[in-house]
Design a protein around this ligand. Structure first.
Ligand SMILES: Nc1ncnc2c1ncn2[C@@H]1O[C@H](COP(=O)(O)OP(=O)(O)OP(=O)(O)O)[C@@H](O)[C@H]1O
Ligand SMILES: [Mg+2]
Length: 226
């Protein structure tokens, strides 16, 4: 009797954990100051988002609607003016503009970022080889970023977000520079991470993608709409 009561309590805890957001942003606001003569540009007025384990969420909106601004705030690389942000897990971030070191090779990026994430050498090796194979750019492992094509840079940029296998993946237009085959591989990878329990937020432009997401959040006039 006691065992089954304990099992029920344990299940209740699992259910509670599953419904606790890994990331929750409430009432986020942000304006950019633009010098003394021009008034501030209000980009986010009331942006809300809760990300849970095991879902792929799309963040869509017109050019300039504030998608990247919102994601930078979720990541913590940009200060918000107002609102509440709670993160309950480790995250990986793929910025819209790749942040890479021109003089370092692909392999050296994995080592550098892996150490910064605090990963051990064995984990870095396994994760790196898996990502090279999934995104198909192992041939470039010893090539410096300065010599890479735009698409391969985009692969490396995404790879560095995937490297620590984080609970939350925040990806800002990760496949904008990919060919079709790589685009399809990307989705296999996103679904695998989702099925393993990660939460994946993807900024996207393409209406054609919509059926691939578990749900879509629209950003318009500084507000999120379902
Ligand atoms: N550092 C900044 N200083 C001033 N204005 C900025 C800054 N960054 C972005 N903006 C402005 O804020 C608005 C939102 O920009 P943001 O990059 O968040 O949009 P976005 O939805 O990601 O657009 P895109 O689809 O083109 O990537 C735009 O009008 C942009 O010009
Ligand atoms: Mg953007």
């Amino acid at each position: 009797m006691k065992e089954s009561a304990n099992a029920t309590a344990a299940n209740a805890e699992v259910v509670a954990n599953a419904s606790t957001p890994l990331l929750e942003a409430t009432g986020i606001s942000k304006s950019y100051r633009r010098g003394v003569r021009r008034k501030p540009l209000r980009v986010l007025v009331d942006a809300n988002l809760a990300l849970r384990s095991g879902e792929i969420v799309g963040l869509v909106g017109e050019n300039g609607s504030g998608k990247s601004t919102f994601m930078k705030i979720l990541v913590g690389s940009l200060n918000r003016d107002g609102g509440v942000l709670v993160r309950n897990g480790a995250f990986g971030y793929c910025p819209q503009e790749p942040i890479l070191y021109e003089r370092l090779k692909c392999d050296e990026h994995f080592d550098l970022f892996g150490r910064a994430y605090g990963l051990d050498g064995g984990f870095i090796d396994r994760s790196r080889d898996e990502i090279y194979s999934l995104l198909g750019f192992e041939a470039y492992r010893d090539v410096r970023v300065a010599e890479l094509s735009g698409g391969t840079r985009a692969k490396l940029n995404l790879a560095l977000a995937l490297l620590p296998d984080p609970d939350i993946l925040l990806l800002d237009e990760p496949y904008a520079g990919f060919d079709w085959d790589t685009y399809l591989r990307f989705w296999e990878l996103a679904v695998d991470r989702r099925n393993a329990g990660s939460s994946v937020l993807i900024i996207s432009h393409f209406v054609a993608d919509e059926e691939r997401f578990d749900r879509i959040v629209h950003l318009k006039d500084g507000r999120t709409e379902l």
